[in-house]
Design a protein around this ligand. Sequence first.
Ligand code: SAM
Length: 267
Amino acid sequence: MKYPKSLDLISTDLPDYKDDPEAYELEEHSRPDEMLMLMTARDTALKILESCKKASVLDLCCGTGLSLEGIVEHPNISIVVGVDISIPYLEFAKRRFSSCCRQPILICGDAVSTPLPQSHWDVIVLASAYHHIENNRKVQFLSRVHDLLGSSGYAVMAENILPEYETNNEAAYASSVRQFYSQVLNTAKQKNPELPAYVENLIYRVAQYGCDGEYEYKVSLPLLYCDLIASGLRIVSQRRVWPDENDSLGNGGNYVFIICRSTEELP
Ligand SMILES: C[S@@+](CC[C@H](N)C(=O)[O-])C[C@H]1O[C@@H](n2cnc3c(N)ncnc32)[C@H](O)[C@@H]1O
């Protein structure tokens, strides 16, 4: 298996995707690992919607609307709301859905606290949302998801999970982030050996944010489990969609979870 030489020499002069919707979309569409996770999350949400009537759908940290694509026009939906903190991303999302029969209501605000038009939701999409919430607010965020789910709702969570690292050890954390993004780049270059340097640097930028403890706050599987339990949530199903079993991230990788309140019966 051939990896990029190292992610140690990350330059401070990397292009940025934060609040730049075109750069974000380019980065995402150049990453097979990410697109596979998003498509699996979409298919999972669509399957849940099949047994719903007049469903309410909420996407927390909806960004450019990528995680709502293919969902908004489902006939069993009555309302779709997307929340994000980035105005440029929301403007992109608005353009994305402008020709759809059903327009999502897009709200600019903090996913942890912003007021919403209703108190309970049938389906909550959390695609790369949890890892954008600062570690000291993650339980608050998931507790809000718990409250918003009500007694019969499901959250579909798509998450990048880091290989396990020693807790509170910054060097071990940074090493885990680098390992994860080496594999991301490896996968992207396998699909496109001519991956442009600009796109490669956008991917380095994601890793750099993680190492800097800014904007990207990814965690390992045991830490996610702890936060879910602390928030009164339970995993109904869990699927790792990337990388392949024989690749080397331990239990790290891209996952799609179905989550409900821990007090609810299993379906
Ligand atoms: C990786 S993007 C995911 C976007 C979309 N869900 C997707 O899968 O393409 C993370 C998003 O979280 C948003 N975000 C970060 N912190 C936030 C917060 N506190 N409240 C709402 N949105 C936030 C960012 O603006 C960004 O759009």
